[in-house]
Design a protein around this ligand. Sequence first.
Ligand code: BTX
Length: 324
Amino acid sequence: SELRKKLLDAFTNHDDDYLSGQYLADLIGCSRTAVWKHVEELRKEGFELEAVRRKGYRIVKTPENVTADDIRLGLKTKFIGQSIHYKESVDSTQKIAHRLAYDDAPEGTVVIAEEQLLGRGRMDRAWHSPKYSGIWMSIILRPNLPIPKAPQLTLLTAVAVVQAIEEITSLSPQIKWPNDILMNGKKVTGILTELQAEADRIISIIIGIGINVNQKREEYPDELKDIATSLSIESGEQINRSVLIRGIFNRLEHLYEIYLENGFYPIKLLWESYAISIGKTITARTLNHTIRGKALGITEDGVLQIEDEEGKIHSVYSADIDLQ
Ligand code: BTX
């Protein structure tokens, strides 16, 4: 409700201060009893609030599962994450986001689920999305751009996610073109961008982000044990997913605004600074053929350039990359 949002905003804006019942009541425009009731409700949802006589209330811990309110606490964006559709269990957040985008959901609308039963990767591959341990979300953006620019937003998103992970954990992940974020060679994050377009313009772009956060090694199915890892496995810490989600929203919006104003070049520089494959010999498997050679970098448009043994340069728009 509106009151609740105001209450959470008040705590956010005062960091660790105690806020008195009277102060909150005045601020929100309700009785002290109503404040108390809302505090009790937050407690039921897993917020831990400390109440100290003559000082007031303070949030000491936010809940384990991610709620829209929890994410909003401290969110500084103008549009990304300002509308959050939070679900306990879904087939795929992409599917829901597509429908919302089609129904004119505003730019920045996000769908987040605690679990996906049919999470998907590129080319209809499955994306393992177990309950409570990862971040499975889809973000709707509406850039006024021609279709060929869409891949740039995948790269931009990868930079935002890496920066948010760096900020919140002690880890320094790397990006494997185009859409994988790796720790020690294993995948912690996958990004899937899909479009709704008309003629040659983008109407909406739906950015799916899957992050393995708190899974333990033994929880992975056998086929993923050697190729997947989680932030928690890599850092040895339990990671607060709401904090990470918020970090991603803040970073993504910041980079997106830079991008809309200045184009892809500044994003390209950042992306290259995190890229694992540039300068190395790689193998790119596309639908039709395999190219082996040295990864030179990405073009202004985000297209990967590979130089083969004969010195011929190939432009790769979409492929799976092996780093050997
Ligand atoms: P991708 O096609 O690059 O990667 C898919 C491959 O990654 C799978 O074939 C499998 O080998 C491996 N894989 C599957 N699950 C995991 C996992 N949890 N961690 C690491 N590796 C895995 C990458 O596609 C894009 C993934 C986007 C996922 C998000 S989650 C929110 C949104 N909703 C949705 O259905 N998809 C996106």
